[in-house]
Design a protein around this ligand. Structure first.
Ligand SMILES: [Zn+2]
Length: 182
């Protein structure tokens, strides 16, 4: 079974697609359970250790996304600028992508300049038109994640995936997908 649940003392689970508080305004998942491919889970645990060493925690907004959920997202927002076309597939359906932020030891998320899933150019890496603390916080997350072996996404400060994600097949029919969507 390639997918495993994210359970780590320094990782908070805050699945936005299990609430209407996401870009579609709709509840996509019926359960707030986060899964990753076991290779990605090991890399996320390394990132959590690095975050803890600096006094932070990780907060996960999305992880494995069943293809049925990708279709629901697409149905709610059929625009390839914002949502991966489910016929092409998302790195999240392979179980090797995670959307996350850093938070303080008490769980308070750090200011990253824009909200998770905010589809504006200010969500891109390398922006200087957000506050200096937010620029600093994004680079903290970038450093923790890349040191742990993750690749960043230039347009989304919250998105990381394992390098060469197409090495991993889409996992549309896994039982974990059923657990999220039923
Ligand atoms: Zn993502």
């Amino acid at each position: 079974m390639p997918l495993q649940e994210i359970k780590h003392p320094a990782i908070d689970i805050d699945l936005r697609y299990a609430t209407p508080d996401n870009v579609t305004g709709q509840t996509i998942y019926h359960h707030a359970i986060a899964f990753l491919h076991k290779d990605a889970l090991a890399a996320l645990a390394r990132a959590a250790e690095l975050a803890v060493a600096q006094g932070f925690r990780l907060r996960v907004f999305d992880a494995y996304r069943p293809s049925a959920a990708q279709w629901r997202l697409w149905g709610a927002l059929p625009n390839p600028m914002f949502v991966a076309d489910p016929r092409i597939g998302s790195m999240h359906t392979r179980g090797v992508a995670v959307d996350l932020t850093l938070s303080q030891a008490d769980g308070t998320p750090l200011d990253m300049g824009t909200a998770f899933d905010e589809m504006t150019s200010q969500s891109c890496h390398g922006r200087t038109d957000i506050s200096l603390p937010a620029q600093h916080n994004r680079r903290l997350l970038l450093g923790v994640m890349t040191a742990a072996g993750w690749a960043h996404h230039p347009h989304e400060w919250w998105h990381y995936n394992l390098p060469d994600p197409t090495r991993y097949p889409p996992l549309s029919d896994e039982v974990e997908g059923e657990a999220l969507l039923k």
